[in-house]
Design a protein around this ligand. Structure first.
Ligand code: SAM
Length: 210
C-alpha cells in the first residue's frame, strides 16, 4: 500500500518509478528509522508522514531539474538529494553538508542501495570550491534564500538554476536576493497527501536568458 502511494505520488511529478526504485526509497526510510535511534536525523517518525514529507516532498523538485549535474546544499540525512538520485540514475548528485555524522548516514545508504551517482562533500557551502560547477543547486530547510544564494551561487554554471524549496510563499525573502541574481519563477507545488503550502523558488544569474 505504501509503495503504491509513493508511486502514484511520484507520478504527479512526471516520474514513473520502477518497483526497484520505490523499494529503494522505502528502504531509505527503514535505514532512517534505524539510525534515528542512535543519532537525531529526523523528527518525522510516522511512515505515511515520512513518505509525504521526505520522499514526495523531495521529488516535488523533479520538474525543475535540468542538465546532468546537481548539488544539494545542506542535504542533512539526504533530502532531497537521495530520493532524487534514486529517481534519476542518469544524473550525478553531490550531497553537501557541514555535519559529518549526517553524511555518514548518506554514505551508508548510497553504499547499501548501490547508488553510484551520489558523491558526498563534507564542507560549508560558502567555502567549498570545485573545478566543475553544477546545472542545478537545490536546498531544503537551509535558511533564507538570500543566504543560500550567497553561499552557493558560485557552484552554479552559467544558465544553471538555484532551486530553494520553501513552505509558505517566501515573498519577503526575495527582496534580499544578492545582486547578480534574479527570480525566474515562484512555483506553488502540491505534494500529494500534504495539507501544507510548498513553493519552489527558481533563481538564475541576472544576465541569463529565462
Ligand atoms: N535538507 C535537509 C532536509 O530538508 O531534511 C536537512 C535540513 S537541516 C534543517 C539543515 C542542514 O543544513 C543541516 O544538516 C546543516 O548541517 C546544514 N547546513 C547549515 N549550514 C550549512 C552550510 N553553511 N553549509 C553546508 N551545510 C549547512
Amino acid at each position: 500500500m505504501t509503495q503504491e502511494i509513493l508511486m502514484a505520488g511520484a507520478a504527479q511529478f512526471g516520474l514513473t518509478l520502477s518497483s526497484v526504485q520505490a523499494t529503494q526509497m522505502l528502504r531509505l526510510l527503514d535505514e532512517l528509522d534505524d539510525w534515528n535511534q542512535r543519532i537525531n536525523l529526523t523528527a518525522i517518525r510516522e511512515r505515511s508522514q515520512q513518505v509525504t514529507k521526505h520522499l514526495l516532498d523531495s521529488l516535488s523538485v523533479q520538474p525543475f531539474l535540468q542538465g546532468s549535474r546537481v548539488i544539494d546544499i545542506g542535504t542533512g540525512a539526504g533530502f532531497p538529494g537521495i530520493p532524487l538520485a534514486i529517481a534519476n540514475p542518469e544524473r550525478e548528485f553531490t550531497l553537501l553538508d557541514s555535519t559529518a555524522k549526517k553524511l555518514k548516514f548518506v554514505e551508508h545508504v548510497a553504499q547499501l542501495l548501490r547508488l553510484t551517482n551520489i558523491t558526498t562533500v563534507h564542507a560549508r557551502a560558502e567555502s567549498f570550491s570545485t573545478p566543475w560547477r553544477f546545472d542545478v543547486v537545490t536546498s531544503r530547510a537551509v535558511g533564507a534564500i538570500g543566504r543560500f544564494v550567497e553561499w552557493s551561487g558560485h557552484l552554479c554554471v552559467g544558465g544553471g538554476r538555484l532551486l530553494a524549496m520553501k513552505g509558505r510563499e517566501p515573498q519577503a525573502e526575495l527582496s534580499a536576493l544578492p545582486s547578480g541574481w534574479k527570480l525566474v519563477a515562484m512555483h506553488r507545488v502540491m505534494v500529494p497527501g500534504l495539507d501544507e503550502e510548498r513553493h519552489i523558488v527558481e533563481i538564475c544569474r541576472s544576465h541569463d536568458r529565462i
